[in-house]
Design a protein around this ligand. Structure first.
Ligand code: ATP
Ligand code: MG
Length: 328
């Protein structure tokens, strides 16, 4: 297959704001508001942006945990825009998620072997003995001792628990893993171990990743491509190397200016861009470009017309900015 594994087109997820007569909505919180993205087989796409910009909502909608208000999700060439209750079983096998907190993700009453075997049982995969062997294989794959399958989660550290969660997520051989801040809850000292495990698994199993993070220094080493989100829309996207080297959108520039540079000399000359004003509410986003209220280079058109993502010269790099990437 040569096409993308997943394509998202003009996806919108709006939550009703209740409070009107008989609980009628008095408005809509536009958590995701017109997002396009593609992920190729075996590719990792990082989704970055400030808290509340809609990253998890986008991930949950791709997973089928959240209903789309409008737009389309195409998986393996097939329209799968619907919530999990009506999605086919093979699709729920193909897309799995890993959340931030491995403690709440594991049932403390089950052995870790039982937790890892759960999706296999739900999907009626294998005999008891085959599942036992698969669990041992999965534990080994994530760098844990297969002999520890009968232990409870509390016998493991945070990093080890996240390995267990990852083993469970790959048990059914999914094609796409949504990683929603997979290392944010972990000790800084063990984050890179888990990230390396994820990179290794991606290589070995040919997985695609949607890697949700607000930590750009992690993204730089992890993802093939990056999409920068601001208030429910993509501000800029491109290969990670290209976006980090030549950010075009002023929001990307501001985010990157806060990331420490590997070269201490370059770091000393680096100007930190501090954004003015607060992040507006997605219930009441600014007219025109959503970033216009905080943008240091905004011109009048930015306050009236919302810019579309425009392709730049470099392959695959595009930005939504009237000033830096004007519509041609
Ligand atoms: N089920 C829901 N009902 C109503 N509003 C929601 C719901 N889920 C999310 N929101 C709102 O949608 C917006 C986007 O939330 P989301 O969790 O997707 O952001 P995020 O980018 O993942 O943030 P963070 O970095 O903090 O995890 C927020 O304003 C949030 O309050
Ligand atoms: Mg989130």
């Amino acid at each position: 297959m040569t096409g993308p594994l997943i394509s998202v087109r003009d996806l919108r997820v709006h939550f009703p704001i209740r409070g009107g007569f008989l609980g009628r909505p008095i408005g809509w919180l536009k958590a995701v508001d017109g997002v396009d993205l593609d992920i190729a087989p075996g590719e990792s796409l990082a989704l970055v942006g400030e808290s509340g910009c809609g990253k998890s909502t986008l991930g949950a909608t791709i997973l089928g945990m959240q209903r789309a208000t409008a737009g389309r999700i195409i998986f393996n060439g097939e329209d799968v825009t619907s919530d999990a209750s009506v999605r086919r079983a093979d699709l729920s096998r193909d897309i799995q998620i890993v959340f931030q907190d491995p403690v709440s993700a594991l049932n403390p009453k089950l052995t870790i072997g039982e937790s890892i075997a759960e999706p296999l049982i739900v999907h009626g995969t294998g005999t008891r003995e085959e599942r036992r062997r698969r669990v041992a294989e999965l534990l080994e794959l994530v760098g844990l001792n297969p002999g520890h399958a009968d232990r409870k989660p509390n016998a493991f550290s945070g990093g080890q628990r996240q390995r267990i969660v990852i083993a469970r997520a790959i048990a059914l051989q999914p094609k796409l893993l949504i990683l929603d801040e997979p290392v944010s809850a972990l000790d800084v000292s063990i984050r890179s171990q888990i990230l390396n495990l994820l990179l290794e698994l991606q290589q070995r199993l040919g997985l695609s990743y949607l890697f949700i993070s607000h930590d750009l220094s992690v993204v730089r080493h992890f993802a093939d491509r990056v999409a920068v989100m601001y208030l429910g829309r993509i501000a800029e996207t491109g290969s990670t190397a290209e976006v980090f080297a030549n950010p075009v959108h002023p929001y990307t520039e501001a985010l990157l200016s806060a990331v420490p540079l590997p070269d201490p000399k370059a770091q000393r000359h680096r100007q930190r861009i501090i954004l003015q004003g607060d992040l507006p509410s997605p219930a009441n986003p600014p007219a025109g470009c959503r970033f216009s209220t905080r943008c240091p280079i905004a011109v009048p058109i930015c306050r009236t017309i919302s810019p579309e993502l425009e392709a730049l010269q470099q392959g695959g790099h595009s930005a939504a900015c009237h000033v830096r990437a004007p519509h041609s």
